[in-house]
Design a protein around this ligand. Structure first.
Ligand code: ATP
Ligand code: MG
Length: 546
């Protein structure tokens, strides 16, 4: 199994970690430390036209200092929030570090945000400045100008009503009065994916980066400082903090980015040509890559030590494919915008396909009853919880104290995700609490059903939702996207149903199957089951009302 050797004795590590975070810890000092080594590269970006951008830690540091001066000159000070909407390339590093250096708070946003998303973030977080290099984003901002307060707008290049941040960085001084920062100073307000409702602004302090270093970097990624790492996530998501910032910069390693669109062949080609050492890819990307049966004959991934994945359940077929074809382990991690990696597979640990791994050493976690907060014994399904005073936890939802309070019961922070822990301590993700289908008294989560449906040869991907039913209360329904070469038919529906009955407990088989061209997804690529469910419940209103 895989090329990685066991790096940790799990039980030993669980006993070891103490959480005395140095009071003066801050992420700016960490970057300053790595920038002293003039040979160290922070980021390499390849663009689809073949252009390659490389930036050393010291160069980014210099530009960050200059940008800090630009901000201070515009009246931005410690504690002020700055919305950063930049793509994967060097600028996002320099700009974020510049904001932190003056004690500012980064509000990250993806370049896919549209006018109303941007307006929501500006008003909700009380944003004082916005930075983008994307003309489409700037157009959206210009169109909502009468709905937002006057703020500093920075664009890369000349544009009416905007300041040219590249030009201003170029002419600013590198001598910056760096703010004095402690571990409890605010770092970022990260908005959640909004899978279940309006995105929530998750407040974090600099101590988060310390916890990322211990949990995401050391235990999960196990990044070494001479490695080239590729996380395909985009700035604007918590996963950018999980990976490129938290697991790579914390280690002084180098980030690789590709600014083009996802194509499975291209991803193999980049992993091979750049000799990537650690890659963090989404389950959706990995599923598509695993359909290329002869990939191992055309691509050489001998430098790739591990594939990390998180955000959604990783279907067992993915793990099997990369292990058998390339001898590379796919190590899953689990967590939220509100946390660091709560559970994961450590290097060399036996992987049980379908399980997310064990609680990360250093995380006091349990499966609890969400009503009482009581710990449940192994084998019982409950909510994944983390000790409420754990330093990695968010410091609250910005402006939403009631929502924050709802997350805590007794001594626990509740994730809202359901899972079961087996005797060996492995955690089996069941579903988000709200994705469960209750059919004839059975609680059926989407993961097992979708894994079973996805293992049918005609299926590319699927999404399960509960559908109202006059007799059973709800029944399992799946929306299915077919692979190329397959056509929808009644026969195929029967075949998929039969297949599911064979590979998993038959009560879980989808009584309804609907073929669709694509599944609705959040811009971070998660299936929006809630959207499918809402439409389903609306169309079947007569069933519910009967
Ligand atoms: P919102 O909170 O706005 O509804 P969201 O919860 O999708 O959105 P994120 O914080 O980006 O926003 O996602 C965290 C969630 O992703 C977890 O609570 C869990 O449901 C899911 N998740 C993360 N990792 C895994 C994993 N390895 N397996 C299954 N689900 C995962
Ligand atoms: Mg969430």
């Amino acid at each position: 199994m895989g090329k990685e050797k066991a790096a940790f004795d799990y039980e030993e590590e669980r006993r070891k970690l103490n959480w005395d975070i140095p009071e003066d810890y801050n992420f700016v000092d960490i970057i300053r430390g790595w920038a002293k080594d003039r040979t160290k590269l922070m980021a390499i970006t390849e663009h689809p036209d073949g252009m390659i951008e490389k930036a050393a830690y010291w160069e980014v540091w210099d530009n960050a200092m200059r940008f800090g001066n630009v901000l201070q000159g515009s009246g931005i000070h410690k504690g002020d929030r700055v919305l950063v909407i930049l793509p994967r390339r060097t600028d996002v590093y320099a700009v974020s570090i510049g904001i932190w250096a003056i004690g500012g708070v980064v509000v990250p946003g993806t370049i896919m945000l549209r006018g109303k998303d941007i307006e929501y973030r500006i008003l909700d977080a009380g944003v004082k400045a916005l930075i983008t290099d994307d003309p489409a984003v700037a157009d959206e901002v210009d169109a909502i100008k009468d709905k937002i307060p006057v703020i500093n707008l920075f664009f890369s290049g000349q544009r009416e009503g905007w300041r040219d941040y590249q030009q201003e960085i170029y002419s600013a001084s590198r001598d910056l009065r760096i703010a004095s920062l402690t571990a409890s100073d605010p770092l970022a307000i990260n908005y959640t994916s909004g899978t279940t409702g309006a995105p929530k602004g998750v407040s974090h302090t600099h101590s988060l980066m310390y916890c990322f270093d211990r949990l995401n970097r050391y235990y999960w990624w196990n990044t070494q400082s001479d490695e080239l790492c590729w996380a395909t996530t985009e700035p604007g998501w918590a996963k950018w903090y999980w990976g490129p910032f938290g697991a790579v910069l914390d280690a002084g390693a180098t980030n690789f980015h590709y600014s083009g669109r996802f194509e499975p062949e291209k991803w193999f080609e980049l992993l091979d040509r750049w000799k990537i050492n650690r890659a963090c890819l989404t389950p959706t990307e990995l599923r598509a890559m695993a359909t290329i049966e002869d990939a191992d004959q055309r691509y050489d991934l001998k430098d790739l030590k591990v594939i990390l994945t998180a955000g959604e359940p990783c279907t067992p077929g993915i793990i099997k494919f990369f292990d058998e074809k390339f001898g590379v382990s796919v190590r899953e991690g689990y967590g939220q915008t509100e946390t660091c990696v709560i559970a994961c597979n450590l290097p060399g640990m036996e992987i049980k396909p379908g399980s997310m791994g064990r609680f990360t050493p250093g995380v006091e976690g349990a499966i609890v009853d969400p009503e009482t907060g009581e710990k449940l014994p192994s084998g019982e399904k409950g909510t994944i919880a983390v000790a409420r005073d754990h330093p990695m936890l968010f410091k609250g939802y910005h402006n939403k104290p009631e929502k924050t309070a709802e997350c805590f019961v007794g001594n626990w922070y509740l994730t809202g995700d359901l899972a079961m822990m087996d005797e060996a301590g492995y955690i089996w993700f069941e579903s988000r609490a709200d994705d469960v289908c209750i059919s004839s008294g059975y609680r059926i989560g989407p993961f097992e059903v979708e894994s079973a449906v996805d293992s049918h040869e005609a299926v590319l991907e699927s999404a399960m939702i509960p559908s109202p039913d006059p007799i059973r209360g709800e029944v399992v329904k799946v929306f299915v996207v077919l692979r190329k070469g397959y056509e929808p038919s009644e026969e195929l529906i029967k075949d998929i149903q039969q297949h599911v009955k064979e590979v998993t407990a038959p009560y879980k088989y989808p009584r309804e199957v609907e073929f669709v061209r694509e599944l609705p997804k959040t811009i971070s690529g998660k299936i929006k089951r809630r959207e499918l469910r809402t439409t389903e419940f609306e169309t079947k209103r007569d069933v519910i009302e009967k």
